[in-house]
Design a protein around this ligand. Structure first.
Ligand SMILES: Cc1ncc(COP(=O)(O)O)c(C=O)c1O
Length: 381
């Protein structure tokens, strides 16, 4: 690929040269566990066993690296498998990590319920508050700052460039979970982050039909140790899952444009709605992170959260009354989803500092006709 190729071109072509053997225009699904060797150790193209490497997975990884502007990428069986592999490679028992005060519940559970038991401690800090982050960096040595922006489910925005600067001054590494934005809207490595992680299950896959994760690295040096851990622990995606994700990525830009347009209209409608107490969407000028989002994002994404004036039971009831918004966990697919974070995706943070309000509803705004989506929400409210 040329270094001048635009995002949409890379999404369709990076890592996806027509197959040299047959001319197939999309990478074949190499549904195979092992590869014939030409004599002992005589590997063809470096492939020996599909846990270590598989050509369909390689195509996905090359595409992901190109889209994030990274040196290399590694694909995983899920977003959490990627997070776990990264943290167990770069951290050792005794290390300390800063984590956000709003984040995907499963990420918090990994830190609080799994890694803490292996000696990796954490402090929760609001990543939108740079002074608070700097104070924590001064308080003790920190190995990793873990950031989501926008966060799940409250859509908080963190200033990636400023956090990268603070992290590097303190000798820490900045990891950004870029799942909500996708590389089309935001490229953290270009803003100074060291590592990007993804749940490719979401916008990258885009069709609610595959679970996957990825790590993208600014620096090639980390690829070897992370690849070693992945091969040693085995959290790899199968070839068909890698292929489905790559197929989804081809339309990422077109889908994201529509997600963003629909979400903005819905956020504006909710902001005027008499039953709504507060809307969380970084595209609204009233959002405290709007200015930073304008600077570091192309547009504001497809996720909208809001609080219902009448309280938790009213929020739960509204989630059950929609026709087009499907009640379900996950996000980032072409179809719209609605959920109640406190009882669903974020049940694992109940009782912690990351607990989410009971009257909160989260929408993953899909790419359907926006008038239909707005009518559906109006009748459900
Ligand atoms: C922001 C974010 N990061 C990571 C994950 C975990 O990804 P996966 O479900 O693919 O393991 C999720 C899942 O919802 C998420 O929303």
């Amino acid at each position: 690929m040329s270094s001048h190729d635009g995002f949409e071109t890379l999404a369709i072509h990076a890592g996806q040269e027509p197959d040299p053997l047959t001319g197939a225009v999309v990478p074949p699904i190499y549904q195979v566990s092992t590869f014939k060797q030409d004599g002992v150790g005589g590997l063809r193209g470096g492939y020996e066993y599909s846990r270590s490497a598989n050509p369909t997975r390689t195509a996905l990884e090359q595409c992901l690296a190109a889209l994030e502007g990274g040196a290399s990428a590694l694909a995983f069986a899920s977003g959490l498998a990627a997070e776990d592999c990264l943290l167990r490679t770069v951290c050792s028992p005794g290390d300390h990590v800063l984590i956000p005060d709003d984040a995907y519940g499963g990420t918090y559970r990994l830190f609080a319920k799994v890694l803490a038991g292996w000696g990796i401690s954490h402090t929760v800090v609001a990543m939108s508050d740079l002074a608070a982050v700097r104070a924590e960096l001064e308080a003790r040595p920190v190995k990793v700052i873990w950031v989501e922006t926008p966060t799940n489910p409250l859509l908080n925005i963190a200033d990636i460039r400023a956090l990268a600067h603070a992290a590097h001054e303190a000798g820490a590494m900045l990891v950004v979970d870029n799942t909500f934005a996708s590389p089309y809207l935001q490229q953290p490595l270009r803003l100074g982050a060291d590592v990007v992680v993804h749940s490719t299950t979401k916008y990258l896959g885009g069709h609610s039909d595959v679970i996957g994760g990825a790590i993208v690295l600014a620096d090639e040096e980390l690829a070897e140790p992370i690849g070693f851990t992945r091969n040693a622990t085995g959290g790899v995606p199968g070839p068909f899952d890698a292929w489905l994700t790559l197929r989804g990525i081809k339309t990422l830009a077109a889908r994201m444009d529509r997600h963003c347009r629909n979400a903005m209209r819905i956020a504006e409608m909710l902001a005027e709605h008499p039953a709504v107490a507060q809307v969380f969407y970084p595209g609204l000028p009233t959002h405290p992170g709007h200015k930073t989002a304008l600077e570091q994002m192309r547009a504001f994404g497809g996720m909208v959260s809001f609080r219902v004036l009448a309280g938790e039971e009213a929020a739960v009831a509204a989630c059950g009354r929609t026709r087009l918004f499907t009640l379900g966990e996950s996000l980032g697919g072409v179809e719209s989803l609605i959920e109640h974070p406190a009882r669903m995706t974020h049940a694992s943070v109940a009782g912690s500092v990351l607990e989410v309000p009971g009257d909160l509803i989260r929408l993953s705004v899909g790419i359907e006709d926006c008038d239909d989506l707005m009518d559906d929400l109006q009748q459900a409210m």
